[in-house]
Each structure stands twice: as structure tokens, then as C-alpha cells.
Design a protein around this ligand. Structure first.
Ligand SMILES: *Cc1c(COP(=O)(O)O)cnc(C)c1O
Length: 399
């Protein structure tokens, strides 16, 4: 998954252009910047790469979700549906808008179960956020069809699936908006950073203005100070240095995905020795960004035993039922409603809980996660890693 594996001269050259211009800020300084507009260039390149009409760079993937939700008008009193297997950022962004997250089951795609989604839609549902977890497609066409029937916008959390596609179409371009993360461990990275893509110009304008304190970015003789504003915004801007690194990393994205696919195939063959093993359902293997290999053992006990041998053999895999950052029953701070706000907002109003999460609320997801293990697929996999992992899997096959 990590783009930091392929840092090189391209990233260095891009960053030097910014430093040489002396301007670190994406807006203004037209006279000083010698035509260097890295964030703007990165947005154009990302929009062209994904085939989205518009792209808005922001400071992180979490910010991208927040900006998308705000631009869609989500706020207090609203519910936003996402899945119980995602990074905490997805629902943090929902809460940060004052809305309440509602969690669906996942199915064997490890992404949102459309049947459960349908059951969880209420008159308060104002957005749906399927997540393309672990580099591969959610059932986005089915989810979009359900959302359309109810007139609810879809935001695709594509943080883990840059470079991923479904039937040739880029993930993130199916819903009203797609959001991406370029944090330190994502396939392409800018250290910290994020992007929102959309084909809707009005939505893009709202996102563009919201992430920059409401500045309308209409050129005027007064410069930035003289710009107008039509609503209250916030600051989620991306820096020029990040835009520069993003340009270099985007140019490497497709080749990283190709390398990951090769390494994933190797790992999949190696994992095939495990008795009773099955693999995550991938809707379109051609469009898989191949950042992870996910496999299932027949039950929880066998998964625990296999995970133990792999760990002891120096080739540990993630056993999802133990993971504390991506899986609903282990989000103890959410379940307990712990926020910094003295009144408990947004999970409580004046100390009174308005939503209570039950750790046992997603039994179908638990039945999958209990027996699911995952390897992160590196871009560069040494012979030593290949041998170690194969041997570990062979040892695990004997337990
Ligand atoms: C990484 C990630 C995010 C948040 O991205 P940051 O850039 O770290 O803020 C959001 N959603 C998912 C699914 C992620 O994996």
C-alpha cells in the first residue's frame, strides 16, 4: 500500500521547485511564485486521472470527508450511514458535522451490505458513505441505486483505494463525491493530505469555498482580502509542498498498483496452502488496487491458531476481530460516547445520550471478521520476504 516505498528523485525535484519559488501557500503571491501552482496542478491532474470533472485538495482524508459532508448540507439532527468496518475517520467526520453515524453490516466484499443499508435508511438519513476498504470495490452500483431511490447523496470514502476501478471506471466517481487520503500509509502519499472529487460544479464550489474560510476565489482588485463569501467556512487547505509531492506520486500510482498486483498474486498462491481457506470477494479483480490480501479461515478458532503461527514465524497478519482502529465492536470510545465536549455533544445533548451504540449490533460482520486475516501487500517485495511468508503459511497449514 505505501507510496513512501517509491520516493525518489521525482518527489525531490517537485519539492525543490516549491522551495525555489519561495511561496508555500496555494493562493495569492502571483508576483513572487514564478508560475508555480502545485496544489492547483495536482487537482487538475487528479481530476483528469480519475475522470471526475472537479477535484478539491484538502489537508487530510478526514478533512475531505468533513468538507464533502458540509458541502452536502449535513448537520445536527441528521443521520449518515456508513459501514462497521472502516477507519475511525469516516465516522469522526460525521460526528464533527454534528450528525450521527449509523452503521451497516459488511458482506464478503468486506464492504457495505446493500441489503442492510436499505433497512437502516430513515427519514433522517442525509448521506450514505460506503468505504472501498482495503483497496477494493464496495457494491457501489447497488448502493447508488438504493440511494437514488431514496434521494440520498452518496460519498465514496476512497481513502484506501486510490487507483482502484470498477469495470474501468475510477472508484470515487460513482457517487455525488469521492474522497481520498494521502496520509503516510496510503498507496499514494503526500505525508498528510486529501482530495474530494465530483462532477457537480456547484458542489465543488461549495467544497472549494468551505475549505478556505468561505473565500469565493473570485479575482478582484482588492486581492484575497477583497474576496466575497456566501457562507461560513473553515481551514482545511493543502500546502504547496504537499501538492508537489502529490504530482510525483500520482505519476507513479498505476505502476505501484501493477507491482502490488504481482505481489498479491504471489501471496494469494502462498496462502492457498491453508486448509479450508477462502478469499475475500472482489467484484472486479481487474480494478483491484491490490493493496491487501484478505483471506478467511473456516472459523474463529482456526483463524486464531493460524494467526499465532504466522506471528511466531515472523510473518504476522492482521486478525480483524482484534483490530482496534477499524472495527465497530472495538471502538470503545464511540460505544461509551466519550467526547471532549462538556455537554457530551454530539452523542449527547446537555448530558443526555441521544444515541447509544450496542457492541453486538453487527453480528453478520462479526461472523466474517472473527475468521478474517489480512496481509498488507508491499510495492516492493524482497525474495527474503517472499520466502519468510511462504514458509510461515506452510507452517500454519500444519496446525
Ligand atoms: C486513512 C483513512 C481516512 C482518513 O485519512 P487521513 O488522511 O488519515 O485523515 C479515512 N477513511 C479511511 C477508510 C482511511 O483509511
Amino acid at each position: 500500500m505505501p507510496g513512501f516505498e517509491v520516493f525518489g528523485e521525482e518527489e525531490r525535484q517537485q519539492v525543490l521547485e516549491v522551495l525555489d519559488s519561495g511561496v508555500l501557500f496555494r493562493y495569492e503571491f502571483a508576483a513572487q511564485r514564478q508560475g508555480v501552482y502545485k496544489v492547483l496542478e495536482f487537482e487538475k491532474a487528479f481530476a483528469a486521472y480519475t475522470g471526475a470533472g472537479y477535484a478539491q485538495a484538502v489537508s487530510s482524508g478526514t478533512a475531505a470527508l468533513k468538507v464533502a459532508l458540509m458541502a452536502l448540507g449535513v448537520g445536527a439532527g441528521d443521520e449518515v450511514i456508513t459501514q462497521g468496518f472502516t477507519f475511525v475517520a469516516t465516522w469522526e467526520a460525521i460526528l464533527d458535522c454534528g450528525a450521527v453515524p449509523v452503521f451497516t453490516e459488511i458482506d464478503l466484499t468486506l464492504n457495505m451490505d446493500p441489503t442492510d443499508l436499505e433497512k437502516k435508511i430513515t427519514p433522517k438519513t442525509r448521506a450514505i458513505i460506503p468505504v472501498h476498504m482495503l483497496g477494493a470495490q464496495a457494491r457501489i452500483e447497488e448502493i447508488k441505486a438504493i440511494a437514488d431511490r431514496h434521494g440520498i447523496p452518496v460519498i465514496e470514502d476512497t481513502a484506501q483505494a486510490a487507483g482502484g476501478r470498477l469495470k474501468g471506471r475510477h472508484l470515487g466517481t460513482f457517487g455525488a463525491c469521492g474522497t481520498f487520503s494521502f496520509d503516510a500509509v496510503k498507496t499514494m502519499t503526500t505525508g498528510e493530505g486529501g482530495m474530494c472529487i465530483t462532477s457537480d460544479e456547484v458542489l465543488w464550489r461549495c467544497m472549494s469555498e468551505y475549505q478556505d474560510h468561505g473565500h469565493d476565489h473570485v479575482a478582484n482588485p482588492g486581492g484575497r482580502g477583497g474576496e466575497g463569501r456566501s457562507f461560513i467556512g473553515f481551514n482545511y487547505r493543502m500546502m504547496e509542498v504537499q501538492g508537489a509531492i502529490g504530482l510525483a506520486q500520482l505519476a507513479k500510482l498505476d505502476s505501484m498498483v501493477v507491482a502490488q498486483k504481482n505481489n498479491k498474486n504471489f501471496l494469494k498462491d502462498a496462502a492457498g496452502v491453508l486448509p479450508g481457506v477462502s478469499f475475500r470477494e472482489i467484484l472486479d479483480p481487474e480494478g483491484d488496487s491490490a493493496t491487501f490480501l484478505t483471506f478467511m479461515l473456516p472459523d474463529r478458532e482456526q483463524a486464531i491458531a493460524v494467526a499465532q503461527v504466522l506471528r511466531d514465524s515472523g510473518a504476522g497478519a492482521v486478525h480483524w476481530c482484534e483490530n482496534t482502529w477499524h472495527y465497530y465492536p472495538n471502538w470503545e470510545h464511540l460505544l461509551a460516547g466519550k467526547t471532549l465536549c462538556h455537554s457530551g455533544w454530539p452523542l449527547a445533548v446537555h448530558g443526555k445520550r441521544r444515541v447509544v451504540y450496542d457492541a453486538a449490533a453487527l453480528p453478520a460482520s462479526a461472523a466474517i471478521m472473527d475468521r478474517t486475516l489480512t496481509y498488507q501487500v508491499p510495492v516492493v517485495m524482497t525474495e527474503e520476504m517472499k520466502t519468510r511468508t511462504s514458509k510461515a503459511l506452510q507452517a500454519a497449514a500444519r496446525v
